[in-house]
Write a protein of this length. Structure first.
Length: 180
């Protein structure tokens, strides 16, 4: 009986040893698994943070690129507006210069026309005066001629005719003068 009891005791001890060993293996496996999970969690967290940082960097780069592009577009638009305004002002200046040039030409033409009109008016007045003088001279000549004819007809009826075919009674100063 003692052998049997020792055999049972030995089997129990062996079983206890096997259980303890299996428990130790399970505990070691569990601990290893927990450590592995913890390491994986840390690694996953680090990767997640790294991805988040990369995403933030990429977004910041995209924002900066968009800002730069927007600034470039705004700068080009402002430059185009400035050039258009310069062109508009240059065109207005050209129009103003053209207008002033035409106005100066018109003023010169007007002053020349005024001078020509004044000259023509002066010439007209001179011609009118000459015409009036000529008419006066002609009237005086007709009056002298009528007077001479009147005296000549009196002399014809009163006496002999003068020689040379000239009418007597008129002085050289009273002869008709040619028109000027």
């Amino acid at each position: 009986y003692k052998n049997k009891w020792e055999s049972i005791r030995s089997a129990q001890a062996q079983n206890q040893y096997n259980r303890d060993k299996a428990k130790a293996v399970r505990d070691a496996t569990r601990n290893g698994l927990q450590e592995s999970r913890a390491a994986n969690a840390v690694k996953t967290k680090q990767q997640s943070q790294q991805f988040l940082m990369q995403k933030k960097d990429r977004e910041a780069t995209e924002r900066q690129t968009n800002t730069d592009r927007s600034n470039l577009i705004k700068q080009r638009r402002d430059e185009a507006k400035r050039r258009l305004e310069e062109d508009r002002l240059a065109q207005l200046e050209k129009f103003r210069e053209d207008y002033e040039g035409r106005a100066a030409q018109e003023e010169l033409l007007r002053s020349r026309t005024d001078a020509l009109v004044a000259k023509m008016e002066k010439e007209e007045m001179e011609l009118i005066q000459r015409l009036q003088n000529t008419q006066t001279v002609q009237r005086e000549a007709y009056e002298e001629l009528e007077a001479a004819i009147g005296q000549g007809s009196q002399q014809i009826t009163a006496g002999p005719r003068p020689t040379g075919g000239r009418l007597s009674g008129g002085s050289k100063g009273s002869e008709p003068r040619p028109a000027a």
